[in-house]
Design a protein around this ligand. Structure first.
Ligand SMILES: [Zn+2]
Length: 667
């Protein structure tokens, strides 16, 4: 046994050393395979001898048990935020105030990493707890997820006890890889690395967090008693020495001119960094001087965050392209001379609608200013009229549909122009794309490009034609092998069995969304019964409003639609609801057939989880409190819904009561 213990100790030391070289110093001394082999050995030993697994074993990097929620924990000292400066003038004012108070100072300039602020607690040299900033006073305990970040040492070489703070972030390369994977799986990609980092650290499954390849930069300690440093730069050096990862682009400067030069340098070079930054942090370097200046209610007086302005670039507007959506709405898109903005090349930007183009007097041929709204969606901010070439004309929208030539109309109360021709080609193609989309018939492999080709070759003219496709129709298409054709035909065949609500949603009936499709399918069970339904009947259903009822009945009365449905039936497309009927669910009598509203912040489970559970018990979960509401479950900070429930005398439960009931039922 002693031998095994010694081997475990040796493996810890080696793995910690290699991890440190790779993830903190960025300078590995052994190949990845060596690390993996030793890690495997340690995992095997721990499986055979669970008593030898310690909380700071390098095997925790792969992620532990799934958690049910994150505990809220008070910070030992509050995590303050910094005051902001947006321009040189504000920075000079900050400097002047400091010099008036403490005389000449040195500044420490550091990159402001765009990630998630975290606080790590070490006791006797061991990492014991990691919290998010939260509201600054109370954070969430995300220790298990933080343990999976290799750059965070689980143990340091000196038995110190202190809290160290920093920023957890996702390197750009990890971010790009993650989003590629998400796109492949047809999942919503993350908007930016910061969101991706925050989302990963708030994963309840640490194994998932472990896969996300996060890193961290540490930048401050909250208590200097155990620290030998007398300056911020000394503290960072000390963190380096103890094995923490700090950012090495930092610079100590003599005065505000040095600060401004540092800012200029990184404003120009930020795109070359392998991670995102959103500004520069400037701190008085001397800790005694810091103490002398002290704090305001919200932030230290001796530090400030300079925020980069949203990047704006100038390019030429080459054209304005119009696209017609499924419902006939005409959307203008700016076609730009390709230009790099905030990390990506932009060649198109939405112009939203005619009013916006007119308000901003944007003309084809103009030099235009482009930025990314929320750093994501490209937007044309304005035209530079001083640079306008001669002979441009104010833009006017066409009077007729660019696809079918039908006259465009502006429906009262809407800003959008619409093509109302039911036979408009562009709309029909969009309708076909909608029909095969995930929440509708979910036909894998039938992408936009294929549909466009099939439509333009007149192989498919309506949604029913999809089920009549043969190998001979598909094989001649671009990039279509026989394997692909087989898969596609199989996917189409499988889709025939879909439950009725998918077909209903897929037909693209105006105002009929996923949820209402579900309600109708469940209520009427077959298409034949739906075809006979009246507006009055529909309006009497709880979730169906006048506009929707009218739209559904008008649609189904149309002779062309009746023919379309027959055409679908001839190919055995299912017209029956296959889902679970709420009335068939056994459910618990406390919840079955009850109308329940969830409100406020739930701590122990998400709203989605709570809804799903309640629905399994046969309850109907709705969003607004009415006289018909049977029960309101109120979490923290419940607002107007709770007040309303009190007014109606509705039964109200706390989250604790609800969870207790859940436990009672499931035990
Ligand atoms: Zn049209």
């Amino acid at each position: 046994m002693d031998n095994i213990q010694n081997r475990v100790k040796a493996l810890h030391d080696l793995l910690n050393q290699y991890g440190y070289e790779y993830y903190v110093q960025d300078n590995p001394s052994v190949p990845d395979s060596e690390y993996d082999k030793l890690l495997r050995e340690l995992i095997d030993i721990e499986e055979a001898h669970p008593e030898l697994k310690s909380p700071d074993s390098p095997t925790v990097r792969v992620g532990g048990e799934v958690q049910s929620s994150f505990e809220k924990v008070n910070h030992d000292t509050p995590m303050l935020s910094l005051g902001n400066a947006f321009n040189e003038q504000e920075l000079r004012r900050f400097d002047q105030r400091i010099r008036e108070q403490v005389g000449k100072v040195e500044y420490m300039c550091e990159l402001k990493i765009d990630g998630l602020a975290v606080s790590l607690k070490y006791v006797d040299g061991r990492f014991v707890q990691g919290l998010t900033r939260g509201d600054g006073t109370t954070g969430e305990d995300i220790t298990e997820n933080l343990r999976t970040i290799h750059a965070i040492p689980l143990k340091i070489n000196e038995p110190l006890s202190f809290e160290v703070r920093g920023e957890a972030y996702m390197p750009r390369s990890s971010f790009i890889r993650l989003n590629e994977e998400k796109e492949k799986n047809d999942e919503q990609p993350f908007a930016n690395p910061r969101n991706a980092a925050a989302g990963s650290l708030r994963q309840l499954d640490p194994k998932l967090a472990a896969k996300r390849k996060l890193s961290v930069f540490l930048y401050s300690v909250n208590d200097f008693t155990d620290f030998k440093a007398t300056t911020q730069s000394g503290a960072l050096d000390e963190l380096d020495r103890l094995g923490f990862k700090t950012n090495h682009e930092r610079a100590r400067v003599d005065d505000i001119e040095g600060v401004l030069a540092y800012i200029e340098k990184w404003t120009n070079q930020r795109e070359q960094l392998p991670y995102d930054i959103d500004g520069i942090v400037i701190k008085v370097n001397d800790i005694e001087q810091q103490d002398e200046m002290g704090y305001t209610q919200k932030s230290p007086r001796w530090a400030i965050a300079y925020k980069f302005p949203a990047e704006e670039v100038v390019t030429t507007l080459q054209d304005i392209e119009l696209s017609i959506g499924r419902t006939g709405v005409v959307t203008p898109t700016a076609i730009l001379n390709p230009v790099r903005v905030a990390g990506t090349t932009v060649s198109r930007a939405s112009l939203h609608n005619e009013d916006l183009i007119r308000e901003r007097d944007i003309r084809i041929g103009d030099s235009v200013v482009v930025k990314k709204a929320g750093d994501i969606i490209p937007e044309v901010v304005r035209s530079i009229t001083e640079r306008r070439p001669e002979g441009t004309l104010p833009y006017s929208m066409p009077t007729h549909c660019p696809s079918c030539g039908h006259e465009l109309v502006r429906i009262e109360g809407e800003v959008a122009l619409r093509c109302i021709n039911p036979k408009c080609q562009a709309q029909l193609v969009e309708g076909l794309i909608h029909f095969v989309s995930r929440q509708a018939m979910n036909i894998d492999g039938l992408g936009t490009k294929i549909i466009q080709q099939l439509y333009h070759h007149e192989v498919i003219k309506d949604v029913a034609d999809i089920f009549y496709l043969t190998e001979d129709d598909l094989l001649p298409l671009e990039r279509m092998g026989s394997k692909k054709v087989d898969n596609l035909l199989k996917a189409i065949d499988d889709a025939k069995a879909n439950s009725l609500e998918h077909l209903l949603f897929g037909l693209g009936i105006r105002h009929l969304g996923v949820k209402a499709s579900q309600v109708l399918a469940e209520k009427y069970e077959t298409m034949d019964r739906l075809l006979e339904v009246t507006e009055e009947e529909l309006v009497s259903i709880h979730d169906i409003g006048d506009k929707l009822a009218q739209s559904v009945v008008t649609y189904l009365e149309n002779e062309d639609i009746k023919a379309l449905i027959e055409k679908l039936k001839n190919k055995d497309v299912n017209m029956v609801y296959n889902g679970i009927k709420t009335s068939d669910i056994e459910g618990h009598p406390d919840f079955k057939d009850k109308t329940i509203v969830l409100t406020g912040k739930l701590q122990q489970l998400t709203r989605k989880e709570a809804s799903a559970w309640l629905e399994l018990q046969g309850a109907k979960v709705t969003s607004s409190v009415t006289k018909n509401t049977d029960l309101v479950i109120a979490g923290e900070d419940a607002g107007s819904k709770l007040t309303k429930a009190e007014k109606f005398g509705t039964e109200i439960w706390t989250e604790e009561q609800f969870v207790a009931k859940q436990n009672e039922i499931s035990s």
